[in-house]
Design a protein. Structure first.
Ligand SMILES: C[S@@+](CC[C@H](N)C(=O)[O-])C[C@H]1O[C@@H](n2cnc3c(N)ncnc32)[C@H](O)[C@@H]1O
Length: 374
C-alpha cells in the first residue's frame, strides 16, 4: 500500500519522499500535515518525527530524548509510548518507554491505542479520549522518536457505525479502489457489500469528498495547534463541489438484510446516499446496473467475498464458482477485482490474471486479484 499512499500524497500536492516498509516519508508544513490527515484515504496514521539519535545506554537515551521539542506536542496528559527495538543494546522495550516518558515529562497512560501491535481489533472505549501516542523505534542503536498526529486510526472515518460480519477497513477499500485505477467514470458493483465499505469509499472518491471531514485528529489537542491554519484547511473541504448525481452507478448488494440496512445507514452518515444504491440480493441474482443516469458499463466488479477464516462455511468453492458463472454470463467486457485471503478460491471464480495488491486486513493477509471478464 506504500506506493498507493505515495501517489495519493503527490496528488494532494504534497511532496512525498521515499517509501519505507509500512510508510512514506515526507517533509511537510503544518498546513500540509493537516491536509494529509484529513485527505488521505489509504493511510492509517500520520506520525511527526521529533528526532533521531544514537543511544546505547539508558542515560544516553534519557539525555537525548530530553532535548526533543516535547512541549509542542504533549499537553501534560499521560501518553502511550509504543516502542520497538531490533539489533540494539536497548532491547528492553518497557524500560525504553519508561525513560522516554520521563524525558518527555508526560506519564505513561495505562491504555494502548486500538491498532497497537498484538491488539488489533481489540475493543476500545469509544467514549474515552485517546491518550497521545509516542512511537519510539530503536534500530541498530539508532532511536527515532515520533508523535502521532492522527489519534484514532485514519480508517475510522466516523461514518461506519453499523457493521456487518467481517468488515473491511475503510483504508483497505480505498487502497483497492486506487489499485484498480477506477476513477468514478464507469459503474462499480460490489455483490458482497456487507456494511457497504467499498461502495461508500467509491462514492467518497468519485465525488471528491474528504474522507476525514467528519472526524477530529490528535493534532487538534497539541499546544502548537494552529486553529487558523486548520480552519483554512477545513474551508477547503466544503469548497469542493459535490456532485448531485453520480458520475456512474455505484451499487452494492448482499443477501443479508441486516448488512444492507447497515450499508444504507452508513452511506447516509457518510453523506453519499444519493451516489450509491444498496439492494438485497444473492450473488446469483446480481447483474450490471439497469438504470442509466450516468455512463453505462463496462465497469468494475470490485468485491470482498466471504473468506474462509472469517465468514461462511469451510468450503466456499461453490460460492466462488457461482460468482464466476454470474460474471461470465452477465458481465462480459467488465473487469473484476477480488479482495481475498485465498488465491485458490479466487481461481474458482476464474479470477487469476493479476495481483494488484498484497496487504493485511486486521491481521489476515489479503490480496487483490484482478482479471478481465471474457
Ligand atoms: C467478507 S464480507 C464483506 C464485508 C464488506 N466488504 C464490509 O466491509 O462490510 C462478505 C459478505 O458476503 C455476504 N454473502 C455471503 N454469501 C452471499 C451470497 N451467496 N450472495 C450475496 N452475499 C453473500 C455476507 O452476508 C457478507 O456480508
Amino acid at each position: 500500500v506504500e506506493q498507493l499512499a505515495r501517489a495519493e500524497l503527490a496528488r494532494l500536492g504534497l511532496r512525498p519522499g521515499r517509501t519505507v516498509p509500512g510508510g512514506v516519508e515526507l517533509a511537510a508544513t503544518t498546513r500540509q500535515l493537516y491536509v494529509a490527515n484529513v485527505w488521505m484515504r489509504t493511510a492509517t496514521r500520520v506520525l511527526v518525527r521529533l528526532g533521531s539519535f544514537e543511544a546505547r545506554t539508558f542515560a544516553e537515551l534519557e539525555t537525548r530524548a530530553g532535548t526533543l521539542p516535547w512541549d509542542r506536542y504533549l499537553d501534560g496528559r499521560p501518553a502511550t509510548y509504543r516502542v520497538t527495538s531490533t539489533a540494539s543494546e536497548l532491547h528492553h522495550t518497557d524500560a525504553v518507554a519508561q525513560r522516554v516518558a520521563r524525558a518527555s515529562g508526560s506519564a505513561q497512560a495505562r491504555t494502548t491505542p486500538p491498532d497497537s501491535p498484538g491488539r488489533d481489533g481489540a475493543p476500545h472505549d469509544e467514549g474515552a479520549p485517546l491518550a497521545p501516542l509516542v512511537v519510539v523505534r530503536v534500530v541498530r542503536d539508532q532511536v527515532t522518536v515520533s508523535v502521532d498526529a492522527s489519534g484514532e486510526p485514519l480508517y475510522k472515518r466516523g461514518w461506519r457505525q453499523a457493521v456487518a460480519k467481517a468488515p473491511l477497513r475503510e483504508a483497505l477499500a480505498a487502497a483497492a479502489l486506487a489499485a484498480t485505477g477506477w476513477d468514478g467514470s464507469t459503474p462499480l458493483v460490489d455483490p458482497f457489500c456487507g456494511s457497504g465499505t467499498i461502495p461508500i469509499e467509491a462514492a467518497l472518491l468519485a465525488s471528491g469528498m474528504a474522507p476525514g471531514a467528519q472526524r477530529s485528529f490528535a493534532f487538534q489537542a497539541w499546544p502548537s495547534f494552529e486553529p487558523g491554519t486548520w480552519a483554512s484547511v477545513r474551508a477547503g473541504l466544503t469548497a469542493v463541489p459535490t456532485e448531485t448525481s453520480p458520475p456512474a452507478p455505484i451499487v452494492g448488494s448482499d443477501r443479508d438484510a441486516g448488512a444492507v440496512d447497515a450499508a444504507r445507514a452508513n452511506a447516509e452518515r457518510a453523506g453519499v446516499s444519493h451516489l450509491v444504491r444498496f439492494e438485497r440480493a444473492a450473488v446469483s441474482d446480481v447483474g450490471p446496473p439497469t438504470w442509466a443516469d450516468g455512463p453505462g458499463g463496462p465497469g468494475w466488479v470490485l468485491t470482498n467475498p466471504p473468506y474462509g477464516a472469517r465468514v461462511g462455511g469451510p468450503d466456499l468453492r461453490d460460492l466462488y464458482a457461482r460468482l464466476g458463472q454470474v460474471l461470465g454470463a452477465r458481465f462480459a467486457g467488465w473487469r473484476v477485482g477480488l479482495l481475498v485471503a485465498d488465491p485458490v478460491l479466487a481461481g474458482h471464480a476464474g479470477v487469476r490474471a493479476e495481483e494488484l495488491l498484497r496487504t493485511s486486513n486486521g491481521g489476515i493477509p489479503v490480496r487483490l486479484l484482478a482479471d478481465h471478464v471474457g
